[in-house]
Design a protein around this ligand. Structure first.
Ligand SMILES: Nc1ncnc2c1ncn2[C@@H]1O[C@H](COP(=O)(O)OP(=O)(O)OP(=O)(O)O)[C@@H](O)[C@H]1O
Ligand SMILES: [Mg+2]
Length: 474
């Protein structure tokens, strides 16, 4: 890597020495100043490629210095030095525009790694690649500055074990971010276990999370290992945490505090080492005010808050994502998006965010079947693919499909079995759509879905594994 001119602002002589030694070893030239004001002066006089600053300094704090640099030298990357255990300070700094952070104490190697990540283009390119390739091969596609910020913060905090709370409207990519954090963390080779807190009533959720002993309650015929234990060494995703009832919230809080779980009916606690990522699409702070969510649990979870902007606030991403999904569904045959359609899609409000867009593109890919794309292929008034298919299974939704589909398909669709068979679809597409939509209509209950579909649960499981590998199902 090229030699850099590095400005260091830190008042602690020991840190000054450590930074100077570490950076000089990396071949960089180091200028040291004892506080923020001196740093501002040095920046006026010299040329620097990088600023490394302590947070706590006399005269001007690191954050104040960061703000000044942001205004006057917006291209100068800033690395914030934070005290051990003050991860939220670090996150705060990153959210205010710091390029990265390093927490005390650190080794030369750690310092070098952070510096490389911030300034070395080839390393940066590698990072970009990693981001594009995404969590477990699921890319996170975005050009939006706010989203990029979230991705950067995610990758940086992934190194720590700090609890992360991902907030955002439905379909904004919260689970994707949770997986990215796991994949970018040292726990990557350990389990990632997701629990949807909205999917089960509280009593079942408790044994799902913490496990139970044989005979703990009626129906507990065997011992069950909870998700926390299964996630030992890895990461647990507590999805839709807002839906957990207060009584269970208290038990969860204890687990987070003590880092040990009590199986239902168990005699002694079992210690677990688990990194927690929670998501919510409701505003937890409001729920705390309304007494629906425990304040103490909220503060435990909200160590690193990440908020995903809704799709309507990142309009550039709509087209980017549309093209990405067109490629995903149609491969190299993906047609060019006509500009009037692109405009209409950008102006749409996308209440279901990226998930809704993805569904709309899949539907358009099916409906257009090779011809040019029209706006109405994407934006069917008031009906999504799932309401169309879900509705059709109960005998509704048929008319909206034949009217809004391109006219040509009219009226040939007069039976439930025929519904998904649109010219241009492959048998696999029809099958996949039907299976995934049926699963959605049963709230992911596989047994019920298999029954509705008339296939064995084993076949269903195999299909889902296949779709998961292809990225259609997570
Ligand atoms: N930036 C993105 N790039 C590519 N795909 C994305 C992006 N954001 C979301 N998706 C896709 O959109 C779908 C919804 O994302 P995800 O499940 O992460 O959302 P969510 O916020 O967890 O939604 P919910 O609140 O409904 O659970 C997924 O299929 C995901 O792969
Ligand atoms: Mg989710």
């Amino acid at each position: 890597m090229a030699e850099l001119q590095v400005l260091v602002a830190d008042d602690d002589p020991q840190m000054q020495l450590a930074l100077k030694a570490g950076l000089s070893r990396g071949g960089h030239t180091v200028t040291i100043v004892p506080d923020g004001l001196a740093a501002v002066e040095a920046l006026r006089e010299g040329q620097f490629d990088l600023l490394i600053t302590d947070q706590r300094m006399p005269k001007m704090t690191g954050l104040e210095l960061l703000a000044t640099v942001q205004e006057e030298y917006s291209h100068l990357p800033v690395i914030m030095i934070t005290a051990h255990g003050t991860i939220n300070q670090a996150v705060d700094a990153m959210q205010r525009g710091a390029a990265d952070f390093i927490s005390k104490p650190f080794t030369n190697e750690e310092l070098q790694r952070v510096v490389d990540r911030v300034v070395a283009p080839e390393v940066a390119a590698h990072r970009e690649f990693k981001r594009e390739s995404g969590a477990m091969g699921r890319p996170i596609v975005t050009h939006d500055p706010l989203m990029k910020r979230v991705l950067e913060v995610s990758e940086s905090v992934a190194r720590s074990d700090a609890t992360v709370l991902v907030q955002g409207e439905s379909g904004t990519g919260k689970e994707l971010i949770a997986r990215l954090i796991h994949d970018a963390s040292p726990r990557v080779h350990q389990p990632f276990v997701a629990v949807n807190c909205a999917a089960l009533p509280d009593t079942l959720l408790e044994s799902e999370l913490f496990g139970h002993e044989k005979g703990a309650f009626t129906g507990a015929q065997t011992r069950k290992i909870g998700k926390f234990e299964l996630a030992h060494g890895g990461t647990i995703l507590l999805d839709e945490i807002s839906e957990m009832e207060l009584a269970l919230q208290a038990k969860l809080l204890r687990v987070l505090q003590e880092r040990e779980v009590d199986r239902v009916g168990g005699k002694s606690p079992i210690s677990v080492d688990v990194r927690v990522v929670a998501t919510t699409n409701r505003n937890l702070e409001d729920m705390v005010k309304q007494g629906k969510f425990r304040a103490d649990l909220y503060y435990r979870l909200n160590v690193i808050p990440l908020t995903l902007p809704p799709l309507r606030q990142r309009q550039g991403d709509v087209i980017l994502l549309t093209n990405f999904f067109l490629k995903k569904f149609l491969g190299n045959d993906a047609p060019v998006l006509p500009s009037d359609v692109a405009k209409a899609l950008s102006e749409h409000s996308w209440p279901g965010n990226v998930r809704e867009l993805q569904n709309a593109v899949e539907r358009a890919a099916i409906l257009s079947s090779g011809r040019e794309l029209h706006e109405k292929d994407f934006l069917l008034a008031g009906s999504s693919l799932s309401t169309m298919l879900g509705g059709s299974l109960s005998g509704e939704g048929l008319s909206s499909f034949s009217h809004t589909a391109d006219g040509e398909e009219e009226s040939s669709l007069d039976g439930e079995e025929n519904l998904q068979i649109t010219p241009g679809m492959t048998v696999q597409q029809v099958e996949r759509t039907l299976i995934l939509e049926t699963l959605k209509s049963t709230s992911e209950n596989r047994t019920q879905a298999a029954k509705t579909l008339g296939i064995s649960i084993r076949t269903l499981r195999n299909k889902l594994n296949e779709y998961r590998e292809q990225g259609y199902f997570s």
